[in-house]
Design a protein around this ligand. Sequence first.
Ligand code: PEP
Length: 244
Amino acid sequence: MRCVVANWKMNLASGEAKSFCEDLLVHMGPEPESEVGIAPPYTLLHLVSSLVRTKGLRVFGQNGHAEAKGAFTGEISMPQLRDAGCSGVILGHSERRQFFGETDAALAKKIKAAWQWDLLPLLCIGESLAQRDADQTLAVLGQQLSILAETGPGPLWVAYEPVWAIGTGRRAEAAQVLEAHAFIRAELNRLLPETGSQVPILYGGSVTPESFPELLGIPEVAGGLVGGASLDPGKFAELVKQAG
Ligand code: PEP
């Protein structure tokens, strides 16, 4: 199964989101074979969900708190995401780790909370440029995945997103993607012996319709998590078509 997820980050307002969804559904044609998701900002969750969920698309939150409710100003909880129409939640995006101090310990709790509220976690992992240059890529990925020893098995997608490739126009090379995805698969199999082989591993980092076909040909690449190119309904529909 292939998966393509749009991460809108902190972009678009309601009028733009509405016309995006309408355009996307026209461009995409009949229901795609692959799993397609959109992760809008929180204020657009209800709207996007009402427009695309009947068409079989998933809606993801871009983050979610581990607690179900309480005094956490500015946060959003898993049951609130569920209530707004989400069936999944992106967790551990590098922008959350980098700018908002997201830790692996917090992520383990968030994954368990997502499961409790029947949300599919899309766990993002990836190395910084300094870590790659210091030959620490696989060690970093191993560390970020090690939280799965604590969470145990459950519905899960993983996205490999080298931090230096996000929003930079500098996509990882095929050999780098191949090595990282093979390592992630081996770690998933080791940490989750019953279910690890079933977890789709998406690639993220400057994916475009020009680069996606090559990426999809790399073993263990099950699809893409897409930022910049997902803000254009035509481009995103093209990625969905390429995924099949
Ligand atoms: C992302 O934000 O997850 C991402 C991959 O962004 P971009 O496609 O713009 O690199």
